[in-house]
Design a protein around this ligand. Structure first.
Ligand code: LLP
Length: 417
C-alpha cells in the first residue's frame, strides 16, 4: 500500500512526513498508525463528487471508532452511521452532531432506542415490523415523533465474502422487497413515526459497483412507488460497502468515482442522499506496525513470528483476508516465502500465509497495510494480550490517541475471591 500518505523516503516507510520507525520506537509495538490527511482526502472525495446534491456522508463508526478519528470526521462535516448505544456515546463524546446520526442494526434494544430519541438523532434505519412498533411506542411515551427509514433487503448479490454479504433474501438484514410496500402502509397507522426514508446496505468490501448500482435502481423504484402511494419519502440511504484494494493489482473504483456513479442515478429525484461508508474512508489510512520477534525454520515452512496477532487484526484469520506486509526499512536481503504469524496459541493466528515477504530479521519492523478499517475495533484480549496503542499522524506531527492497554486494564471489573 504505497499511497500519497504511506511512502518510502530514503528506504524508510513514512506516514505523511513521519518515519514509522520513530513511532514504533516511542509508542511501542504492536501499534496502529492512522493518517489524518488520508481520512480527510477520502471524505472530501465523497463530498466533492456529490457537491450540489443534497447529501450526508454518514461515516460508519463500526469501521474505526477511535474518538480522535470521529472528531476528525465530524470536523470534516460528516454525519455518522451507528449500530449501538456505545457508538452513539462515542459520536457525542467526539463532538459529532446527533442531528446527522442514523441508527442501523437488526437488534436495537429499548434502552438504545430511548437513548437515541433523547439525543434527537436524525433517523432510525428500521429492520423489522416488531422494531417499528417498539420505536413508535417509545417515541409516543416521550411525546416525540421518530424519523424512520425502513431498511429493505433488495435481494442483490454483493459478490463479497459470505460473512459480510447482507443483501440476499436469506440474510437476517432488512425487510423483504416483496413485503416492503405493505409494511410501509401498515406503519402509517403508527402515530409517532415519520416514515420519511428508504434504506439498504447490501454488504461490505464490494469491488464491482454493478451490484451497488442494481441496488440503487431498486431503491429508486421503491421510493417512487411509495411516493405515488402517498408516503412523504424524503431521503434515500444506500448504506456503505465500497471496497478497497487490499492486494496489489485489485481494480476498484475510488470513493469519488463511486459517488459520481451514484449521483448520476439519484440526481433529479428530489431525494436527500445518505451514504454510510466505513472501509472506503479509513482502511487505506491505517497500518498495523509490528516487530519481528523470531525467525523459525521448519522442514515444511519458514515462519516470521511477530508481536502482533489475530487479537490485534482478526481479518486474515476470520475471512482469509489479504493484507500487504512491508518492511519499515527496505533492506538488501531480498524476500523470503514465509508465514507471518503471531504469538497466540492457535494455528489460525496468522497475518499472512505462504507469502513472499521482506527477508526481515528479529528486531526489524513490519507494517501490515490497509488496516485502518475493522482492525482495532475487532481487537480482543484473548490470551490476555493488552490491546495495542493507536497513533494519529497529521502532516509532520503525531500523537497517541489510544494508550496501549496495561495488565491492570486486562482485569478491570473482575474480582478474585
Ligand atoms: N452500514 C451498515 C448498515 C453496515 O452494516 C456496514 C458494515 C456499513 C454501513 C459500512 O460498510 P463499509 O463501507 O465499511 O463496507 N468486519 C468486516 C466488515 C463488516 C462490515 C459490517 N457492516 C471486515 O473486516 O471486512
Amino acid at each position: 500500500m504505497i499511497t500519497d500518505f504511506f511512502s518510502y523516503r530514503h528506504d524508510a516507510l513514512h506516514c505523511d512526513q513521519v518515519p514509522l520507525a520513530d513511532i514504533a520506537a516511542r509508542a511501542g509495538t504492536p501499534c496502529y498508525v492512522y493518517s489524518a490527511g488520508a481520512i480527510r482526502a477520502r471524505i472530501a472525495a465523497y463530498d466533492q463528487a456529490l457537491a450540489g446534491v443534497p447529501h450526508c456522508v454518514c461515516y460508519a463508526v463500526k469501521a474505526n471508532s477511535n474518538l480522535a478519528l470521529l472528531a476528525l470526521a465530524a470536523a470534516a462535516g460528516t454525519g455518522f452511521d451507528i449500530v449501538s448505544g456505545g457508538e452513539l456515546y462515542r459520536v457525542l463524546k467526539a463532538g459529532g452532531d446527533p442531528a446527522k446520526v442514523v441508527f442501523s442494526g437488526v437488534g436495537k434494544t429499548a434502552a438504545e432506542i430511548e437513548y437515541a430519541l433523547e439525543q434527537r438523532i436524525h433517523s432510525f434505519n428500521c429492520e423489522s415490523e416488531a422494531e417499528l412498533v417498539l420505536i413508535d411506542a417509545l417515541a409516543a411515551r416521550r411525546g416525540v415523533r421518530a424519523r424512520v427509514a425502513l431498511r429493505v433487503n433488495p435481494d442483490v448479490d454483493a459478490a463479497t465474502h459470505p460473512y459480510i454479504s447482507t443483501g440476499l433474501r436469506e440474510h437476517k438484514f432488512g425487510i423483504d422487497m416483496a413485503e416492503i410496500d405493505a409494511v410501509y402502509q401498515r406503519a402509517l397507522a403508527l402515530g409517532s413515526l415519520e416514515l420519511e426514508g428508504v434504506s439498504c446496505h447490501i454488504g461490505s468490501q464490494i469491488l464491482d459497483i454493478g451490484a451497488l448500482m442494481e441496488a440503487v435502481d431498486k431503491m429508486l423504484a421503491l421510493a417512487g412507488r411509495l411516493r405515488a402511494a402517498g408516503l412523504p419519502i424524503r431521503h434515500l440511504d444506500l448504506g456503505g460497502g465500497l471496497g478497497v484494494a487490499y492486494a496489489p493489482g485489485t481494480v476498484t473504483p475510488d470513493a469519488g468515482a463511486f459517488a459520481s456513479a451514484v449521483r448520476a442515478r439519484v440526481e433529479g429525484h428530489g431525494l436527500t442522499l445518505m451514504l454510510e461508508p466505513g472501509r472506503s474512508i479509513v482502511a487505506e489510512a491505517g497500518v498495523l506496525v509490528t516487530r519481528v520477534l523470531y525467525r523459525k525454520h521448519s522442514p515444511r515452512k519458514e515462519f516470521i513470528i511477530v508481536d502482533a496477532a489475530m487479537t490485534d487484526l482478526i481479518r486474515p484469520a476470520l475471512y482469509k483476508a489479504h493484507h500487504e506486509i512491508i518492511p519499515l526499512r527496505r533492506t538488501a536481503l531480498g524476500t523470503v516465502r514465509a508465514d507471518v504469524v503471531g504469538p497466540v496459541c492457535e494455528t489460525g493466528d496468522f497475518l499472512a500465509r505462504d507469502r513472499d515477504v521482506a527477508n526481515v530479521l528479529p528486531g526489524d519492523f513490519l507494517a501490515v497495510c490497509t488496516a485502518g478499517a475493522y482492525g482495532f475495533v475487532s481487537a480482543s484480549n484473548y490470551n490476555s494480550r493488552p490491546r495495542p496503542a493507536e497513533v494519529l499522524v497529521d502532516g509532520g506531527a503525531w500523537r497517541v490517541v489510544r494508550a496501549r492497554e496495561t495488565f491492570e486494564d486486562l482485569v478491570r471489573g473482575e474480582t478474585a475471591p
